[in-house]
Design a binder for this molecule. Sequence first.
Ligand code: DND
Ligand code: ATP
Ligand code: GLN
Length: 575
Amino acid sequence: MPNLRLALAQFDPSVGDIARNGDEVVRWSRRAAERGARLVAFPEMALTGYPVEDLALRTSFVEASRAALVELAGRLAAEGLGGLPVVVGYLGRAQATGSPQNCAAVLYGGEVATRFAKHFLPNYGVFDEYRYFEPGDQLPVLRVDGVDVALAICEDIWQEGGRVAAAGQAGAGLLLVVNGSPYERNKDDQRLELVRRRAAEAGCALAYLNMVGGQDELVFDGDSLVVDADGQVLARAPQFEESLLVVDLELPTASVTAAAGSRFGDGLRLVHTDLGGEPRPRPAQPAGEIAPGLTDEAEIYAALVTGTRAYVRKNGFTSVLIGLSGGIDSALVAAIAVDAIGAQNVTCVSMPSQYSSQHSKDDAAELARRTGLHFRTVSIAPMFDAYMASLGLTGLAEENLQSRLRGTLLMAISNQEGHLVLAPGNKSELAVGYSTLYGDSVGAFGPIKDVYKTLIFQLARWRNEVAVERGEVPPIPENTILKPPSAELRPDQVDSDSLPDYDLLDSILDAYVEGDQGRDAIVARGFEAAVVDRVVRLVDTAEYKRRQYPPGPKISPKGFGRDRRLPITNGWRRG
Ligand SMILES: Nc1ncnc2c1ncn2[C@@H]1O[C@H](COP(=O)(O)OP(=O)(O)OC[C@H]2O[C@@H]([n+]3cccc(C(=O)O)c3)[C@H](O)[C@@H]2O)[C@@H](O)[C@H]1O
Ligand SMILES: Nc1ncnc2c1ncn2[C@@H]1O[C@H](COP(=O)(O)OP(=O)(O)OP(=O)(O)O)[C@@H](O)[C@H]1O
Ligand SMILES: NC(=O)CC[C@H](N)C(=O)O
């Protein structure tokens, strides 16, 4: 059996920065060549970044991507890499109609050897690909060193038939799939199972390459992997880290004999590109590594850190600002920020009012001491008194004023010092509208907006335990984790005064938001009808707040954002 040394470049592209992404393709291709790879692949739309959203509808952007692809082919050859076939995703257009397409190409010998477009387009959850792209209709097969490699793009393997079935019918020796597959909790297990099933269906080995990094609300976790035809994992890249996965594959001798243009299932037309090369023997020291997977908490925390770091850096900031209350939410956000960009780049402000307890001030200061982040205290009391003297506010208006003064203060410091403000709201609060508009909801990015309160506690404990295991100081003070959550907007206030206990609330939210179950179905599961009705009503009437909330990293199958699109003005009250 011939050997193919394959390299999967699991890198972090930047949306819209075609020049930088092109440079990265050259850099990683050079590394692949140095490691003896005979074929190197880059993720879905690596040249433009992914997803490009409505940039796909801009002719100037499509043309820039197409021109950059041709230029990249020449540049690779000029830099001595013309003999290494490079599979790279880009934004292209259909020849017949000129419509945008989600494409990939093989660059070889200074030229674009072949191009093809994604066959199946995802149009659910966060994806809108019918809005942008025309589907492709080719089965691209690349012959390299006596092995036939069929190529596909992400959703192509998530739906039945298509290129998977066609690759099997054509007799390909390897199915190489390039992806932009956003992170969700437990999706790594789902992908592994999918990849194994598709390898069996195609009857050949399958190489799955995903990108890493963050793009607005999406986080990409990498976790690229290669399985043989029996589904056995031959190589696996680390999660959330850039890496070059190099693997030696013993593959069947090329056997695709159908004529170019032959049709396969789903009407796919075979385009066979023979790059030549002799079959190679198995090397004395075969390549291939299997990175260990992360635990559930480690994976979620890494996603939050990755998403936050990417947002801050890709938007040109170096530092962030957080209002630190001594409570668990802002404490976890501060810990994430420190892990993402370093304590020296994180500033926290304690903004006590007349209702702030001593422990809240002490706990905030203690977190700062433990992590080494910049910390200062600005009392909101004089500003509060000035407002009260002018307006004479009471009740909720008085409570919200405190939160708004803090929001204004944070934005003022941001303007003055150039830090990006992080919003500390969690998913439970966002679900029921338990935050003050233009108050604690101000900010550019919400690192924990897709994390339920019960999971916040779990992550805080986990982060502290990791620190202990590493012999470091746990970042989050014990008291912050142990005390009952409170907004401290009036004397002795605790969250449980106005909300069901978080265990109960999160269980109902899980059914209503993640599970999309109706009110009756949730009650039928044994939850008290009055509590369900209240939670459903709170969720439904808080849509206006969620739409004004900053973006934040999606970690669940249904983040508030593009995964869940409901009207703000909505008279439907039956869940
Ligand atoms: N459909 C709609 N579309 C657009 N805007 C709408 C609207 N309905 C009301 N509004 C506007 O929104 C205002 C009400 O919203 P808002 O001003 O935020 O005030 P509101 O939601 O009434 O009160 C804030 C709630 O969040 C809780 N909170 C605040 C701060 C921190 C925490 C915490 O522990 O984390 C909890 C607080 O206890 C209270 O229950 C209305 O006065 C109105 O101006
Ligand atoms: N005394 C304070 N000093 C600084 N920031 C504060 C203070 N109180 C509230 N905040 C800011 O407002 C956010 C909302 O705080 P609040 O205490 O109302 O609710 P919470 O959701 O329980 O959050 P946390 O667990 O962080 O306290 C906090 O996360 C923090 O960013
Ligand atoms: N980019 C894509 O086609 C992604 C769709 C696919 N279902 C995934 O999440 O992995």
